[in-house]
Design a protein around this ligand. Sequence first.
Ligand code: PRF
Ligand code: ZN
Length: 372
Amino acid sequence: MARPGDFTVHAKDNLARRGTLTTAHGDIQTPIFMPVGTQGTVKSLTPRDLEEMEAQIILGNTYHLYLRPGDELVARRGGLHKFANWKRPILTDSGGFQVFSLEGIRKLSEEGVEFRSYIDGSKHFFSPEKAIDIQRNLGSDIMMVLDECVGYGNDRAYTEKSLEMTTRWAKRCRDHYPKGSGYQLMFGIVQGGFYKDLRDRSLEQLRGIDFEGFAIGGLSVGESTEEMYDLLHHITPKMPADKPRYLMGVGTPLDILEGVSVGVDMFDCVLPSRNARNGTLFTSLGKVNIKRAEYAEDDSPLDPNCGCYTCRNFSKAYLRHLYMAKELLSYRLNTYHNLYFYLNLMKQIRQAIEEGTFRELKAKYEAAYGRE
Ligand code: PRF
Ligand code: ZN
């Protein structure tokens, strides 16, 4: 019987891996994309929708759920799975990104980070231990350590100091919840900005701490695609081969294919759901901006090759109308399609790795999406 934290790689196609990660709420087939449910909901969708499109795991945010409705309130309701009626795995981000990117930080110290609520401006403090306590109250299957996501353009001295602190914080998180304390897994996060030797150092330090998986943080923070790919190619193959690798907050369909090609197993990003609400839709033939006038009387489906509820039942003309009228159904149908598209991309990726045809699949999407 597999136990939470077990990770098996079944097949490889060059560096791309096809694996299974076991959690307390079921197995995850990798490579996988995790829809983002920041506030305990993937915006506009029900758990039934997500199950129907075969979402295997969703993401929740420590930062948001701590501020509202409060992690203790969620714990009293039996945890996030029960509260949100989501029975499959959940990964929670630590707040390390939201605190640093969304709001004015008050004070960053060895002890932790003081920040102001984006809701009412009140002061709060996250230590590494506090970030874990909150994630224990939420009851996620995978907890992330508290890290500092270093923004693009920081100098070497700052980045070096920051990564050393992120390592100490990672150690404190693991010490606060040693391996085997419960069903929840804990992933470390590699930082180090765009300095390859600092990334190496971050990875070496984290490797010495017993995590069930490793994430790459601090990418997609304003750098060019070339810089991101260069770093991904450098660091991913060096990460422990027997543990899942998670690229945080990335990305476009091409970014995901690039990540998989160097050995990434897990992804999350707001792109498909956020773009859906802006009317930008991902299709097998490339991006479609549904608000364009050319679709006003277009009776064809959004994507002729898509089997989702939206594409099977509605025309581009109707989707454009809903968008222009700002109807609630626009958000829902568009989100359903975009997430279905991403999950279907991952399914194709898993199959291609098993069949040894990943290169061909990647080339096909590069043709449809063009390399920027
Ligand atoms: N750290 C954490 N969450 C994240 C990131 C990070 O660096 C990123 C960077 N793209 C997205 N989400 N904790
Ligand atoms: Zn569709």
